[in-house]
Design a protein around this ligand. Structure first.
Ligand code: ADP
Ligand code: ZN
Length: 758
């Protein structure tokens, strides 16, 4: 080969354990540059990871690159360093992380969609203009008619005039409906322009906040990550924003992470008032075009604060000075599928290490992982034990639904006691939020005669009944089927059992049914529902949250989403219905989760001067979780130390995280017998590979609670690895064993690895 050839290694967006080698001829390429290359007969856009390397294979078999992607910005060393660290930790390929960071394949289809949407928007704008003109004309006509009639006939014709005005007003409101229907995303789709002067909003911290702030600064000065353990309503957001302002004032940039898009919606307004145009919002649901816009902002060299979900970690950050991880305990930070199956909180800690930025994790209910890190000196814990508005802790009332039922104290899903509390709250001008962790009308259907329960044909779960379009739906794979109905001899329509033809009835109540019951119980209240059925699209979700914020909704019913991070001023009563579904005993984390959800939800109410009330309706009032929760919340700050100690001791005794690391090895197969056979075989291989090595044990393959999803049978082998110096070697053994198993058994594509499963 002549000396004008340079050999380079390239990261491809694939599950590849190596970085293939190419050569470049007569061109300059640098690490980080994007290049087009052929691999296994397909063209990919890759990233140069090194140049001037020694080829490991016969140079005659090395191909030339197809070209340099001159339109694409190069990737920085820091970005590649993060990908490598994520890949190593989460046992996936660097290429899979690259693919998540630069989801190129999605771009073209998303772009098409975005272009289509923008054409539709254009058309809609024209139509709106036309209709608005028309409605303007009508208003003018009303005015003219009124004037002329009055002049001609005097006030005695007012009656006639009135009826004409009513007719025209009706026409007008019909037009306005038409306009809102056309407007993309519904009435409230657009964020109103912030009218507040950006430099005039100055945060004044309370004494308690100031003390916490000073401690945080001290920890930052020692390059220590901070866990801000602050009760709900203590003003963690104010502390974050003060820190962000400082960082920007010093000429460095800020990344503000939240677990879910829904939370970012409300924060967006708060942050926009303070940071104005410096604020960009970014999450995976945004279009590729928007993603590129934000990337060009972070690359531009101008100051920025990005508010986003975990995928914002992979933006091309420059000069990052601070990372904020809000609601750090939230399991939505964890990506379950596809690879990289990373936790946004832990990856944020990695990113802060790579970029040398400060990092603060905050929660009212910190994860045991983070408390453990504080206890062992990795993080500094800063506590905020008082609420900004000094409101008293909300009262907790647990209602035993079985006992109430015996006393005829239940009306459908609501107990009479709760109905009374809701009436009181509404009468006093307060707002009410109701949590129910199951969406749909009825989570399960059952035949009243033969007991048959309709199940998804593709998954091992029962179907739930959705009233809106009379369908049974699977919440795992999306399968749905129309439900026919027939008439009983007495004339009432019913859904027949597919097995015996008798009546199918819903068991339990999902959010839809609760909404319906609430509408009947509180006919004067304005009621809305927020779950993944109603939160389709930015517009509707946003308008529900904003509507509740502004007090235009009295009762909001929703799934877990409503329990998270929101700050609603008027909320005085929160209630969990059929709380028993929070108590699933499947997992060693179940109790921790349940207590967190309860505490978070309670923290939504009584955030101003008024004291709130938190009602739990349950069939198991004696469950230890409630005892823990009450004990917990009667102490001053979040997790009471005693409770934390108790949980940590338990985890230690059983060898669970955070004392060990868990890796789930997930086997999926269309054929159940093969899933069993292959998982048994893999278990044996893993056992052999671990033989003679210490600090790593495997469970035999087991079926998860939902053992089949979308026609794939699932088996899991769970590895527990000690957190000692052989940890990363042991993880590498797992990965190597799986790779060789996939090759020798021709079983590629069936095995996934999940480190630190949620
Ligand atoms: P947390 O995130 O800790 O639950 P928030 O940051 O939402 O608490 O604060 C609760 C409420 O108190 C918010 O409405 C917030 O605006 C208000 N608040 C907190 N600190 C301050 C402050 N220093 N100045 C003005 N308002 C504050
Ligand atoms: Zn299904």
């Amino acid at each position: 080969m002549s000396s004008t050839h340079t050999y380079i290694s390239v990261i491809l967006p694939l599950k590849l354990e190596w970085e293939p080698c190419y050569f470049v001829c007569g061109q300059d390429v640098a690490a980080g540059q994007r290049v087009k290359v052929q691999f296994a007969g397909k063209e990919y856009s890759g990233v140069v990871s090194a140049t001037g390397i020694e080829p490991q294979t016969n140079p005659s078999r090395i191909k030339e690159i197809s070209g340099i992607e001159s339109g694409l910005e190069p990737v920085t060393e820091e970005e590649i360093a993060l990908w490598r660290q994520v890949a190593k930790y989460y046992l996936c390929s660097v290429g899979e992380v690259y693919k998540a960071a630069y989801p190129a394949s999605k771009i073209s289809s998303e772009e098409k969609l975005a272009r289509k949407a923008s054409r539709q928007e254009e058309r809609a704008a024209k139509e709106i203009a036309r209709l608005e003109k028309k409605s303007g004309n009508i208003t003018k006509r009303i005015q003219q008619r009124q004037d002329s009639l009055c002049r001609k006939h005097g006030p005695d014709v007012m009656e006639r005039l009135k009826s004409e005005i009513i007719r025209l007003s009706e026409e007008l409101s019909a037009l306005q409906d038409e306009i809102s229907a056309i407007r993309p995303g519904g009435v409230n789709a657009q964020l109103p322009e912030s009218t507040i002067e950006h430099d005039s909003v100055k945060i004044v911290l309370s004494d308690a906040q100031q003390a916490a702030y000073t401690m945080i600064k001290e920890a930052f000065a020692q390059s220590k990550p901070v866990l801000l353990n602050g009760v709900t309503g203590s003003g963690k957001t104010e502390i974050y924003t003060s820190l962000a302002e400082d960082t920007l004032a010093k000429g460095r940039n800020v990344l503000y992470l939240v677990p879910e898009i829904a939370i970012s919606r409300q924060l967006e307004y708060r942050l926009q008032e303070i940071f104005g145009d410096t604020l960009s919002v970014f999450h995976s649901a945004e279009t590729a075009i928007h993603r590129r816009e934000v990337a060009s902002v972070t690359r531009s060299g101008k100051p920025y604060i990005v508010l986003g979900t975990r995928s914002a970690l992979f933006l091309p950050h420059r000069n990052l000075g601070l990372i904020i991880v809000d609601e750090e305990h939230d399991s939505s930070y964890k990506q379950d599928s596809p690879a990289p199956r990373y936790n946004g909180r832990d990856t944020a800690v990695m990113l802060s290490g790579i970029t040398g930025s400060s990092i603060i994790l905050g929660s009212a209910t910190p994860s045991l992982e983070s408390l453990y890190n504080c206890r062992y000196g990795r993080f500094t814990e800063v506590r905020l034990t008082e609420r900004y508005y000094k409101s008293l802790d909300s009262d907790i009332e647990i209602i035993d639904t079985n006992a109430e039922r015996r006393k005829r104290g239940m009306s459908g899903t609501f107990s009479r006691k709760l109905i009374g509390h809701i009436e009181d709250a509404l009468r006093e001008g307060g707002q009410v939020m109701i949590l129910r962790t199951r969406r749909s009308y009825s989570p399960v259907l059952q035949c009243t005669s033969c007991g048959y329960i309709p199940k998804c044909p593709h998954c091992n779960v029962s179907l739930s009944y959705h009233r809106d379009r009379d369908r049974m739906k699977c919440h795992y794979c999306g399968y749905h089927v129309q439900m026919p109905f027939v008439y009983a001899p007495d004339g009432h329509p019913y859904h027949p059992c597919p097995r015996c033809g008798n009546e199918l009835k819903g068991l339990g109540a999902g959010t839809q049914k609760i909404e319906e019951e609430a509408a009947a119980l509180f006919p004067d209240a304005r009621i809305a529902r927020l779950d993944s059925d109603t939160a389709q699209g930015r517009g509707s979700e946003n308008s529900i949250i904003q509507g509740f914020s502004k007090g235009e909704i009295d009762i909001l019913i929703g799934t877990q989403i409503v329990a998270k991070g929101f700050d609603f001023k008027g909320l005085t009563l929160v209630a969990v219905l059929q709380a028993d579904t929070l108590l699933g005993a499947q997992d060693f984390r179940a109790d921790e989760r349940a207590v967190q959800t309860l505490e978070q939800f309670r923290g939504r109410c009584g955030r101003r001067e008024r004291k709130g009330l938190f009602v739990i309706q349950t069939a198991q009032p004696d469950h230890p979780v409630y005892r823990q929760f009450i004990q917990d919340s009667s102490s001053t700050a979040g997790h009471a130390p005693s409770y934390t100690n108790e949980l940590l001791e338990e985890r230690k005794a059983f060898g669970y995280p955070p004392f060990t690391r868990i890796v789930n090895i997930i086997i999926k197969d269309k054929y159940e017998s093969r899933a069993d056979r292959m998982s048994a075989k893999l278990h044996q291989s893993l056992g052999n590979a671990a033989f003679g090595k210490s600090g790593m044990i495997f469970t035999p393959p087991f079926s998860p609670f939902v053992s089949k999803v979308a026609d794939e049978n699932i088996r899991i082998i769970r590895a527990s690895i000690n957190k000692d110096k052989s940890l990363s070697a042991n993880k590498a053994v797992i990965l190597a064993t799986i790779s060789s198993f996939e090759r020798t058994e021709h079983y590629t594509g069936h095995i996934a690895v999940n480190v630190d499963p949620a």
